[in-house]
Ligand binder design. Sequence first.
Ligand code: FAD
Length: 434
Amino acid sequence: MQDRSKVVVVGAGFGGLAVARELGDDPGVEVTLIDGNNYHTFWPLLYQVATAGLDASDVCFPVRRIFRRQPGVRVVLGWVTGLDLDRREVTVDNDRTFAYDHLVLAAGTVNSSFGVPGVEEHTFPLKSADDALDLRTHLLAGFERAAAGRSPQGDLAVVIVGGGPTGVELAGSIRELVDKVLCREFPEIDLTHLPITLVELADRVLAPFHPKLSAAAAHALRLRGVTVELGVGVERVEPGTVVLGDGRRLAASTIVWAAGVTASPLARRAGVELGRGGRIVTSADLSLPGRPEVFAVGDIALPPGPPLPQVAQPAIQGGRHVAAQIRARLAGAPTRPFRYRDRGSMATIGRNSAVAEFPNGWRFHGVIGWVMWLVLHLVELIGFRNRASVLVNWVWNYLTYDRGARIILRHQVPPATTQLAWPGSRPASAPDGP
Ligand SMILES: Cc1cc2nc3c(=O)[nH]c(=O)nc-3n(C[C@H](O)[C@H](O)[C@H](O)COP(=O)(O)OP(=O)(O)OC[C@H]3O[C@@H](n4cnc5c(N)ncnc54)[C@H](O)[C@@H]3O)c2cc1C
């Protein structure tokens, strides 16, 4: 029997999964899919884990389960720590080596502090399921400490830096958690005017959306009681304080950094040309210039032309495209350039409020946008169990204003005396390997 061609895919995110799913049934190909986590994360709903609306297992899906019926895909748990493009080898956890005929780099991004002092030490990132659970525990534990009189109530203020979809969705969701759930459950403390502030450097939130939708989102946030600070950057972050570019100081016990990302450090390890945001410069077919057997997809890739948005669709479409190009190469056919089809964008502000826009110019906000957002996210989630669980949680939450995942993981609760310093216990960047 002819040897099967070895395809190694690094990253089981949206892009890597798409490649492996497409090639998994191909009898001429053996796929090795490597990820440092044993699960795929559905990032768009991660903020709901951080705010106790969903559990981590609702938005994370075991990678081995996804490929249970595709024996052509071998799943490897581990961080890629070395890439030797000349020898065509990938090293995992410094001790296991995998040879390849084709390599696909789909390692995504990590949080970026953009060099702002104090971000790494004193803010929460939201770039992994661990981050979401840490943030949830910190938020809930803060209310318990205030109720026990162990910290002044004023310490509970929240500042979120970054007015993109993650910042907007998180601000709306924390507001709802406080106003609709915790207010009723913490009679000891007055949470009615708990300050929640969203800080954005640009002059509007949701900058990639049409200005009318940005304005609608900011208006909806303000109506809910979120202070939206536009056109001002963050100078530095100190323990418990965000210092703005105009000199103002915002006190907060919870500071979330959702201001942006940079390509996974794996891109640097590849030793190839990098472009904006540390992304790997690719040719039009998503292969690396001079290395037709190596491809990059998703957030880590920078194809020619205007930079693609770092969202799920370019990664999914890019992954499918790369699978087709690998097949073409194995058949001795020429490869084709990648063409991204914009299918629209959505972001939610909270109950009955979301914005949605489509390439044909259709724009929606309010309840219609929200229903669209709900349906699309349910459809895109992986796995029937996860969809059913999310749907049940959403219906329950909508009808009762309850959030079932209000669990404080005790081992993560910091001592009250270190409350303001504690956020720095986790770095703002996701791990790149040991
Ligand atoms: C909080 C949040 C909310 C978002 N909301 C939306 C949204 O609403 N809509 C939308 O379209 N997009 C959203 N995005 C963006 C979207 O998730 C990304 O654009 C998309 O995931 C990119 O896909 P990817 O395959 O390039 O990378 P990812 O999906 O990030 O996957 C990368 C994978 O590589 C793995 N990995 C990284 N380094 C290594 C290594 N060294 N070794 C082994 N494995 C490695 C990671 O563990 C991860 O599983 C959001 C992102 C975040 C963080």
